[in-house]
Design a protein around this ligand. Structure first.
Ligand code: DC
Length: 232
């Protein structure tokens, strides 16, 4: 499948907890564009593999799961995210840090990444797409007219994840999260295929100490400078 170029794509990559999900959702909402949460796809593969009793190191089995993944992304009654796996609501289940580690494990396998490539590119539909992940600007949408690499200090990232998870994942502690995020960063950045790295033409945005509105404002300015939309 060729890389679609007619539809504008904003690629938002960066390490865990840098705020990609929040910023991508806010930007997609402001533009009324589609949203791709590619991390959720890797989480779903690990989650579905586990539910089907696959061995943790079964690459072929997980690649098959990725190929056949029956996933749906929508909105819950209160406007929050809703993720269905074979029709079952797994929104909470895939958000735990354990599910994140599982995702990071299966995401290191080229078979799984290849199986998800066309599905991810299929999200690029008019009027545009905001794509959140680790390799959106480097591999999945290399022709994206705007690539953001969002970073924040490890302390701030752990704290943000903690605040996100504490109501949902009762096992979570800040110290354990800091360790797990550091381990996941290492695993994602050092894998041989599609490692976490800023595209050469990415705009690096450090969100440490900035509000969501500040970060969206920076991304908005970068997009208007490139003629993707008008400055407001
Ligand atoms: O963004 P997230 O925390 O939901 O992602 C979970 C894991 O999935 C992450 O640790 C690495 C992997 N991932 C990836 O390899 N490539 C992507 N485009 C998105 C996520």
């Amino acid at each position: 499948m060729s890389v679609p170029s007619a539809v504008p794509v904003v690629a938002i990559d960066g390490p865990s907890g840098a705020g990609k999900g929040t910023i991508s959702r806010a930007l997609a909402g402001r533009l009324n564009w589609h949203l791709l949460d590619s991390g959720a796809l890797y989480r779903l593969v690990a989650y579905a593999g586990h539910s089907q009793g696959l061995a943790e190191d079964d690459k072929g089995g997980h690649a098959r799961v990725a190929q056949q993944l029956d996933s749906r992304f929508g909105a819950s009654a209160d406007g929050g995210e809703l993720i269905l796996l074979s029709g079952i609501d797994v929104t909470q289940g895939i958000r735990s840090e354990t599910a994140g580690m599982g995702a990071s494990r299966v995401a290191a396998w080229p078979e799984v990444r290849a199986a998800l490539l066309a599905r991810q590119r299929g999200f690029a539909r008019p009027p545009g797409l905001v794509a959140d992940g680790r390799d959106m600007g480097t591999i999945v949408f290399p022709a994206a007219p705007l690539k953001i690499f969002l970073v924040a200090t490890p302390e701030e990232r752990a704290l943000r994840r903690y605040n996100q998870l504490k109501g949902k994942d009762s096992a979570v502690t800040l110290a354990a999260l800091s360790r797990e995020i550091a381990a996941r960063d290492r695993q994602d950045a050092t894998r041989p295929v599609a490692p976490l790295v800023a595209a050469a033409d990415a705009v690096v945005v450090d969100s440490t100490g900035l509000s969501v509105a500040d970060v969206v404002g920076r991304v908005w300015r970068a997009g208007s400078e490139r003629g993707l939309w008008r400055e407001e």
